[in-house]
Design a protein around this ligand. Structure first.
Ligand code: NAP
Ligand code: GCO
Length: 264
């Protein structure tokens, strides 16, 4: 059977000082990979390096805005010079702006598209040439429930994540011949800083209505954690998934399969 090991592999996980990216990179380290990550500020990169070190991982951190093509190309060149060429790329960095569409500025819409869709294009474009040269590569795009579903106030994010699903399928189509597998992970609702506003306790100490809503929509009846994504992420980064390409693996506790719990 093909191996789940990542021994000898170099992974770049974008936006991975904490949250889902940190969880995935930590699992990659445990599977034997060398970890490279970036964040948008020196402060966050230093916090990330300290957090990885506390977990026993000597990670290589880079300050890079993934929306800026010259910064991305410089980061990839530095990684190739300092660490080695990238075997595994996880396009994880992402933002969300929860604003009703008719109240959202075009600038706000563009910012979300820039980070969540344009940046995975920019970073993938920067790493694919060396993957072609080596004859193998793994690209994993962090999609979303919003790659399949919409909801109020997340028009830009849903448009970006829907586009990211199709970018994943197109990279598969265009570069599969070079033994590059490009797949997506579609997390359900995961407890990270990004979703903290949807889980915060109400003034009277009761649960946030959205918290109750999501648990009723999830057969597992709970929010996910970054740890829930680790096994699927290792699988898609390993030789074990060499014939899996263009697939979005939803790790959602069953949300997409479930009509939702009847109100009691
Ligand atoms: P998070 O806690 O908000 O972390 C996002 C990370 O991306 C942060 O480290 C952030 O850095 C970084 N980032 C943002 N813009 C960047 C840029 N321009 N350049 C470089 N780094 C940038 O989010 P998360 O919950 O871990 O989510 C990670 C990914 O999973 C995102 O793509 C998100 O859309 C997706 N996702 C999340 C959930 C969920 O329920 N949490 C579910 C499905 C998909 P700063 O802190 O410096 O801004
Ligand atoms: C929201 C949430 C979601 C999650 C995730 C679900 O406001 O609906 O932030 O978008 O982040 O993308 O898969």
């Amino acid at each position: 059977m093909k191996s789940f090991s990542l021994e000898g592999k170099i992974a770049l996980v974008t936006g991975a000082s904490y949250g889902i990216g940190f969880g995935i990179a930590s699992a990659y380290a445990a599977a034997g990979a060398v970890i490279c990550f970036n964040d948008i500020s020196r402060e966050k990169v230093d916090l990330g390096i300290a957090a990885y070190r506390e977990a026993g991982i000597e990670a290589h951190g880079y300050v890079c805005n993934v929306c800026d093509e010259s910064q991305v190309q410089d980061m990839v060149s530095r990684i190739e010079a300092e660490v080695g060429s990238i075997d595994i790329l996880v396009n994880n960095a992402g933002i969300i702006k929860r604003i009703p569409m008719t109240e959202m500025s075009a600038e706000d819409f563009r910012q979300v598209i820039d980070v969540d869709l344009n940046a995975p294009f920019i970073v993938s474009k920067a790493v694919i040439p060396s993957m072609i040269q080596k004859g193998h590569g793994k690209i994993i795009n962090i999609c979303s429930m919003m790659s399949e579903l919409g909801r109020e106030t997340v028009s830009a994010y849903a448009a970006a994540k829907g586009g990211l699903k199709m970018l994943t399928k197109n990279i598969c189509s265009e570069y599969g011949q070079h033994n590059i597998q490009c797949n997506g992970i579609g997390p359900g609702y995961i407890a990270t800083p990004q979703t903290a506003p949807l889980r915060e306790k109400q003034a009277d100490g009761s649960r946030h209505p959205f918290d109750q809503f999501i648990c009723a929509k999830t057969p597992a009846n709970r929010w996910g954690t970054p740890e829930d994504l680790q096994g699927p992420a290792v699988f898609l980064a390993s030789d074990a998934s060499d014939f899996v390409n263009g697939h979005i693996l939803y790790v959602d506790g069953g949300i997409l399969a479930y009509i939702g719990k009847q109100p009691q």
